[in-house]
Ligand binder design. Structure first.
Ligand SMILES: Nc1ncnc2c1ncn2[C@@H]1O[C@H](COP(=O)(O)OP(=O)(O)O)[C@@H](O)[C@H]1O
Ligand SMILES: [Mg+2]
Length: 239
C-alpha cells in the first residue's frame, strides 16, 4: 500500500538518496537500517512530505504524495516521529496528544473516531504523567509520547525515526512490545529506523538496508542477518 519508487535527492554535492525504492504493506513492521549518513532520515523526510525529492514517487494506496508537503502526507495517512524530539515542551502530556487529535479530526475524521485518549495513555505508560509538562518527562517517556502523538493522527503508515535512541535494554524491549501492539490494534504499516540491530531484528518482519544513499539489501530478517553486504557494513569484513 505504501510504494516508494525511484527517489533521488541531492544536497549540494551529496547524493543523500539514489534511486531508492521500497514497499510496505498494511500491518507490516519494516526495519530500516544503515550506517550514519546512509539516507534513512532523508527517506523518512521524503515519505512524510517534509522534503521534496528531485525525482521519484511516493504513493499511498495509489495516490502520489511526494513533494506535496507534510499536510498532504498527513491527510493521506502518513504520520512520523523525528530523530530529534519535537514535543510541545510546555504543554502537558494530554495536551500534546489533544493537539494532534484536533488536527486529525479535521484531516482524517474517520481514522480517529474510535481513538480513546485515556486508554492509549494507559497503554503507553503515560497516564500517571498526563497533566505534567512534556519537558519534565524522562527521555524514554518523551519518546513514547512522541509516538502516541503521531498515532493520534490516525495513520495508515507510521514512520519512527530512531525511537529507541537513548533507551536502555529494558526500555527498548518494552518499546518493541509497544510497537507490535500498535500494529496489532491499529493495523497500520510501521517503518522503524534504528541503529540497534538486535532491536530491529526482533521487531521487524522485513528489513531494508541502506548505505550511501542507496538500498543495498531488502528481505526477511533471517536473510538480512546472513547477507554478506550487511555483515561487511556492520562488522567491516565478509564472513
Ligand atoms: N538538510 C540537509 N542539508 C544538507 N545535507 C543533508 C541534509 N539532510 C541530510 N543531509 C546529508 O544527507 C546524507 C544522509 O543523511 P541522513 O538522511 O540524515 O542519514 P541517516 O539518517 O541515515 O543518518 C548525509 O550525508 C547528510 O549529511
Ligand atoms: Mg537519521
Amino acid at each position: 500500500m505504501l510504494e516508494v519508487r525511484g527517489i533521488g535527492k541531492q544536497f549540494g554535492g551529496v547524493s543523500a538518496l539514489r534511486d531508492v525504492s521500497l514497499e510496505c504493506r498494511k500491518g507490516e513492521i519494516r526495519g530500516l537500517i544503515g550506517p550514519n549518513g546512509a539516507g534513512k532520515s532523508s527517506l523518512i523526510n521524503v515519505i512524510s512530505g517534509v522534503l521534496t525529492p528531485d525525482k521519484g514517487a511516493v504513493a499511498l494506496d495509489g495516490r502520489n504524495v511526494a513533494g506535496k508537503g507534510p499536510e498532504v502526507a498527513a491527510r493521506a495517512g502518513i504520520a512520523r516521529t523525528f530523530q530529534n524530539l519535537r514535543l510541545f515542551a510546555n504543554l502537558s502530556v494530554a495536551q500534546n496528544i489533544e493537539v494532534a487529535l484536533t488536527s486529525a479530526r479535521a484531516l482524517r475524521p474517520d481514522a480517529v473516531r474510535g481513538f480513546d485518549l485515556h486508554a492509549e495513555m494507559v497503554a503507553f505508560s503515560l497516564i500517571a504523567r498526563s497533566e505534567d509538562a512534556a519537558r519534565t518527562l524522562s527521555y524514554g517517556d518523551q519518546r513514547r509520547l512522541e509516538i502516541l502523538r503521531a498515532l493520534a493522527l490516525g495513520p495508515s503508515v507510521l514512520l519512527l525515526d530512531e525511537p529507541a535512541a537513548g533507551m536502555n535494554d529494558v526500555e527498548s524491549a518494552a518499546l518493541a512490545e509497544l510497537i507490535r501492539g500498535i500494529r496489532d490494534r491499529f493495523g497500520c504499516a510501521i517503518i522503524v529506523i534504528d541503529h540497534d540491530l538486535h532491536f530491529i531484528m526482533k521487531l521487524s518482519e522485513r528489513i531494508t538496508v541502506m548505505d550511501m544513499g542507496a538500498v543495498i539489501a531488502e528481505g526477511p530478517v533471517d536473510a538480512i542477518r546472513r547477507d554478506p553486504k550487511v555483515i561487511e557494513i556492520y562488522l567491516g569484513s565478509t564472513p
